[in-house]
Design a protein around this ligand. Structure first.
Ligand code: ARG
Length: 475
């Protein structure tokens, strides 16, 4: 890594950014309108014919009638076309899309409310079981989406226990074995719209989400969950460091080196015992999992390479990754055997909704990438502190000129001198909030390294939270 980088704002941490990643609604009336000129006025009999006109043999009573008939036909066709268009729109919004958060049609009907978030995938793509629960803020308060009110609501701790906690964590894609505990905290402003409370006496066999009902009050405090021990560093520096420095063992215990034939190629971050988060562009030419080894647990590449590293059973690159624009530059690697966590090998936290990743915030980058553009790579992991910049700042013509999309974060130092560089790709951009370190970005691209006005660009992990949860749940 060179030393620098960037970006963000809570823009990126409000959840639910994904609506526009859905295909735009099919608007069939376009086709209908395109066809309209065929029905409307093809006036061979009226003035347009070179020889036609009053008094010419073409302009007879018969042809006038014919013309009126044609015109009437055109109007009728037009009205029918409009009615069809309206019908298709109503069908799309009312029946196909299904109103009020019932996301799919099963057996010709909108999915029943009770089947939504009940732990059983009813929709073909599992849409009914997605986005049922979220962790909110640095306290990791459990929230669930209330479609009737279009808002995330905290879950009240009344009647709650660890088994419910484990179940909610599992529904968000965590391993049941990783579950630590649930605790009760004060809801703060999160409770202003009310709470979701376990309904006493509700059927214990029905899904967790369907047993939660809206309540204005909550006496016990709300549910905070530790679904996995994450984001704990033994030795993260807390002083400001300009340029890069060597990290000590345990400072960034989630940092891994992704290697082919014993050569470091890309960085990555441990997010679960069996999962590494990295960048899709690392796997463009090398998409065969068998070629890769994941080395972890040390800042020294040399020392780590005494061991053979972990094997990879699956590489999931984002289906929307675009090598031209670097859009959606994120990938997940599944390990053949889960890692055993130690003081120097631990997962980082994925960003909860509401974690502050706003412009101006300081973040840390780490990696074994080159120390300057086309320069040598270090044996010891390097680290540097950077500033997160807004997309507007980075998209300015003199900076990255519009290259930073919503699923990217831009971070570095505009004056130059601090940045990630070749070989850092896939590695972490982390922020500290509360007592934990959160993965805000994965190193993606830049123009040169550490140049003035050329901050680095990172995949915006917050943006990909739904995608990540979906991949983990599918495995
Ligand atoms: N694409 C590079 C890699 O594969 C990372 C580049 C980051 N560049 C930068 N200036 N921040 O390692």
């Amino acid at each position: 890594m060179h030393d620098k980088q960037t970006y963000g704002n809570s823009y990126d941490n409000t959840g639910f950014q994904h609506d526009d990643s859905k295909p735009p609604p099919y608007i069939p009336q376009q086709d209908v309108y395109t066809n309209l000129p065929n029905y409307v006025i093809t006036p061979q009999f009226v003035g347009s014919h070179p020889a036609a006109g009053p008094g010419t043999p073409y302009y007879t009573e018969q042809s006038r009638k014919k013309c009126t008939l044609k015109f009437t036909f055109a109007i009728v066709a037009f009205v029918i076309a409009v009615l069809i268009a309206i019908g298709v729109l109503v069908w799309y919004y009312v029946f196909f899309r299904c109103f009020l958060g019932r996301p799919c049609r099963v057996g010709g009907r909108c999915l029943n409310r009770a089947q939504w978030c009940d732990g059983v995938r009813d929709c073909p793509d599992g849409e009914d079981e997605r986005r049922c629960f979220r962790l909110l803020g640095i306290d990791s308060i459990l929230g669930s989406y209330e479609s009737d009110r279009s808002t995330w609501m905290p879950v009240c701790a009344d009647g709650w226990d660890d088994n419910y906690g484990r179940e909610a964590c599992a529904m968000m894609g965590f391993n049941r074995q990783d579950f630590v505990s649930y605790s009760r905290v004060s809801a703060g402003s999160l409770g202003s719209n009310g709470y979701l409370k376990l309904e006493p006496g509700s059927n214990p066999d029905s899904g967790l989400r369907s047993r939660l009902t809206h309540s204005e009050t909550c006496s016990a405090g709300v549910v905070a969950l530790t679904c996995i021990e994450c984001g704990q560093s033994l030795a993260a520096p807390n002083t400001r460091i300009v340029g890069g420095t060597e990290a000590v063992n345990g400072a960034w215990p989630w940092q891994v080196s992704l290697q082919i034939s014993g050569q470091h190629v890309c960085g990555g971050s441990i997010i679960r015992s069996s999962w590494i988060l990295s960048a899709a562009h690392c796997f463009g030419r090398n998409s065969d999992p068998a070629r890769w080894r994941v080395h972890s647990g040390d800042v020294s590449l040399f020392r780590m390479n005494f061991e053979s590293g972990s094997r990879v059973s699956k590489i999931i690159s984002h289906e929307g990754y675009n090598s031209g624009t670097n859009d959606n530059d994120i990938a997940l690697l599944k390990l053949t055997t889960p890692l055993t966590f130690t003081d120097t090998r631990k997962p980082v936290c994925l960003p909860n909704d509401g974690i502050n990743i706003s412009p101006g915030h300081r973040a840390w980058i780490s990696g074994w990438g080159s120390l300057r553009q086309s320069g040598p790579s270090p044996n010891i992991l390097n680290q540097a502190q950077v500033t997160i910049y807004s997309r507007e700042t980075c998209n300015a013509p003199a900076v990255l000129n519009g290259g930073v999309t919503r699923n990217m974060l831009c971070a570095g130092e505009l004056q130059g001198g601090v940045d990630t560089c070749q070989g850092d790709s896939g590695g972490p951009l982390v922020v500290k909030e509360g007592n934990s370190w959160w993965l805000a970005g994965d190193t993606s691209w830049g123009i040169g390294c550490a140049l003035r006005n050329k901050p680095g660009v990172y995949g915006n992990v917050t943006y990909f939270m739904d995608w990540i949860a979906e991949q983990l749940l599918n495995e």
